[in-house]
Design a protein around this ligand. Structure first.
Ligand code: ATP
Length: 365
């Protein structure tokens, strides 16, 4: 098991910078997600950790040892690709034992370790079957077995479930997480799927355009997004953004949204000019008392909750309420936001203004 520390890691491909000065730490035994949209530099970061790509600058420490310029073979970590490749002419047992046999490990030791892996993965009954006839799930388990049997310090996984259909993907995600909990090995997992990252990860790094926007626990990132990008990327439906010009009240407790006062958390830094109020759909409440009003333009029934689309003075917004709340299209409703749950973003990069409640949990890259 290992701690992996990334310090000011940078990768340029010619004139293009794919990864810009990333800094974060994967603690020993963590299930750690690298999350972001296509092209943001996740795979390049993972490949640098693995030793498959040399950084332009920066450091990578595995258990305190600087390895940035060392080849993959000297890092003792297993890289699991999206397409699990198995040797089709070998049975399950031979596929799993292959990495040990090629390292010259003794036969008795190989047998014991394959048996242990088969028990962990619950595939004892198929050890002597040919891989050709296996189901997709069993093939994935065998491929994982081949990675686990080496007992590497860490696993690096690049969208390992990317090719699977939604239902099976969810099942394998649960299995992978449970497997991690059983063996406790440090795992770094690349995904562009925010739900997958939230469900599986102990920690998440959110990347955009080669930069780390934030890292932290899933709930910290959801509740206290460090930037407007993170706020919009995590959560479905996405966080609502209400642009407003202006002033946070002198005491820092409210803003004016289209002429109506709206409560906000105590902003530690004052800011004026173009600001954005961020409100999650589940934090919009309907209240007759509120002078800030919107018109219901659509409702979407989801069983226990419903998504209500509203036309507000600041554009379209989506609210999530209990499905039992009676609401009709065309209705004009007062909108109320709980001040402790909203975020205000400022500036070109859309940085969140820190408040007393969230300043301890934000981590910028
Ligand atoms: P995806 O999920 O689409 O793979 P990603 O976040 O993993 O996205 P990377 O594969 O790390 O992104 O790529 C980041 C950027 O670097 C992309 O714009 C990509 O085109 C570029 N890039 C990656 N590898 C190379 C290379 N060998 N030469 C030139 N550009 C590259």
């Amino acid at each position: 098991m290992a701690q992996i520390r990334i310090n000011n890691l940078r990768k340029e491909f010619g004139a293009f910078t794919a990864v810009k000065s990333s800094t974060f730490t994967v603690e020993d035994g963590e299930f750690f997600m690298l999350l972001g949209p296509s092209g943001c530099g996740k795979t390049t970061t993972l490949r640098m950790m693995a030793g498959l790509e040399l950084p332009t600058s920066g450091e990578i420490f595995i258990d305190g040892e600087e390895v940035a310029q060392k080849p993959a073979s000297q890092r003792d970590i297993a890289f699991v690709f999206q397409m699990f490749a198995l040797y089709p002419h070998m049975n399950v047992r031979k596929n799993i034992s292959y990495p040990l046999v090629s390292q010259g490990v003794e036969r008795a030791e190989v047998r014991a370790r394959v048996a242990e892996v088969a028990r962990i993965l619950k595939i004892e009954s198929i050890l002597d079957r040919s891989v050709g006839g296996l189901s997709g799930g069993d093939r994935q388990r065998v491929a994982l077995g081949r990675a686990i049997v080496r007992r590497p310090k860490a696993f690096l996984m690049d969208e390992p479930l990317g090719a699977l259909d939604a239902e099976f993907r969810e099942h394998m995600a649960e299995e992978l997480r449970a497997l991690h909990d059983r063996i406790g090995a440090t795992t770094v997992y690349v995904t562009h799927d925010q739900l997958e990252a939230m469900q599986m990860g102990d920690k998440i790094v959110v990347m955009n355009h080669g930069s780390v926007e934030q890292f932290g626990r899933p709930q910290e990132i959801y509740d206290w997004p460090a930037t407007k990008f993170v706020a919009g990327f995590i959560g479905s439906p996405a966080m609502n953004f209400f642009d407003f010009n202006g002033a946070i009240s002198p005491g820092g407790e409210s803003i004016e949204l289209s002429g109506n006062p709206v409560g906000v958390p105590q902003a530690r830094q004052g800011a004026t000019g173009k600001l954005t109020l961020g409100v999650r759909p589940e934090h919009i409440r309907f209240s007759d008392q509120s002078a800030y009003r919107g018109r219901v333009v659509a409702t979407e029934y989801l069983g226990t909750t419903q998504i209500i689309t509203l036309d507000t003075p600041n554009g379209e917004a989506k609210a999530r309420t209990s499905a039992r709340q009676a609401i009709r299209e065309g209705e004009i409703v007062g909108l109320d936001f709980n001040p402790t749950t909203v975020t205000i973003f400022e500036g070109l990069k859309g940085q969140a203004l820190l408040s007393a409640g969230n300043e301890g949990v934000l981590h910028h890259g």
